[in-house]
Design a protein. Sequence first.
Length: 69
Amino acid sequence: MKFKTLIAIFIGALIVVFSLQNAESIDVRFFLWKVTASRVLIILGSFGFGILVGILLSAKRRLINTKTY
């Protein structure tokens, strides 16, 4: 396996372990919006959103670099 893949798996495992150890319910407030959710869902959701943004930005950069004018 590639080194980057091993690092990604290791970081993912650390986040999962950390999330499972913080399972209590918390209130999340954003402007006028308020929701009660498990801390696990907040942590994993934030992590997943960050991965999605990184993938989209990487794909955009790759698409711009491969265009020939």
